[in-house]
Design a protein. Structure first.
Length: 253
């Protein structure tokens, strides 16, 4: 489905995630950052940030019908070996996965993408003690395409647990899924929210006229001009970066 609908979110978002990580390393003089992959699923975002590999390479890899005959254990072993052979862009960086999908985030840990993996729903419960400890030393929180991180209840718990270290937060919601309450919450916690002057980018094609009509209505209700964007037949997403004012590119948004 991802290929047939022209899914391209990761191809657009991950280079910005990398750019922000590199800027964070320079500004905070870090060598081995702690990165939290929020709503991580199996960990493709962490894989694309950590390793010299493209989203297209992942799609091609999993289109191999021979993989259908492997057991989960065999697949994990094969994936771990494949990833271990790829060059690492940030040696020493520690990636943590958080997702409500327990099997997915556990798989990411099993194949070596995550140093730690947490099956937790921060929208409905406070982080466990181990997750809270991890958050207290987190330098960067990444969220790609999911709306979970932008839900104020989950975001409030993330911000409280990570308040000492004030991690940068980089998120790329589909247009219309942003929440003003979340941006207000970030500002209340001392963050500046920016788009870095980056334009919206295509997420994927609509699968039907009715899906397009709904998406246009939602985007317009959120205040977006959909002409030349959703009207072209694609969902669009937008990068947002939240960081302390002394580290931000501009004074507010």
């Amino acid at each position: 489905m991802q290929k047939s609908l022209g899914y391209s979110h990761h191809a657009h978002a991950v280079p910005v995630f990398r750019r922000m990580l590199e800027e964070l390393l320079r500004k905070r003089r870090l060598e081995a950052p702690n990165v939290l992959d929020f709503a991580s699923s199996y960990g493709i975002v962490s894989a694309l940030v950590r390793h010299d590999v493209s989203a297209e390479a992942f799609l091609r890899r999993y289109e191999d019908r021979k993989l259908d005959r492997l057991t989960p254990r065999q697949m994990a072993s094969r994936d771990a070996a494949w990833l271990s052979d790829l060059p690492e862009s940030y040696p020493g960086a520690r990636f943590t996965g958080v997702d409500v999908a327990g099997n997915a985030v556990a798989y990411g840990r099993a194949i070596g993408l995550f140093a730690d993996a947490f099956d937790e729903d921060l929208e409905h419960a406070a982080p466990s003690a181990p997750l809270a400890e991890t958050l207290s030393s987190t330098d960067l929180i990444l969220e790609c395409g999911s709306v979970a991180q932008l839900k104020p209840a989950a975001l409030e718990r993330l911000l409280r647990a990570s308040a000492v270290n004030k991690p940068w937060i980089v998120t790329s919601p589909v247009r219309g899924n942003e929440r003003k309450a979340a941006f207000d919450l970030l500002r209340d916690h001392g963050y500046v929210v920016e788009t870095l002057g980056l334009p919206p980018f295509p997420h994927r094609r609509f699968d039907s006229p009715s899906e397009q009509a709904r998406a246009i209505d939602i985007a317009r209700a959120a205040g977006h001009d959909t002409t030349g964007f959703e009207t072209t037949g694609y969902f669009y997403a937008q990068i947002y970066v939240a960081r302390p004012p002394e580290e931000a590119a501009v004074a507010g948004r």
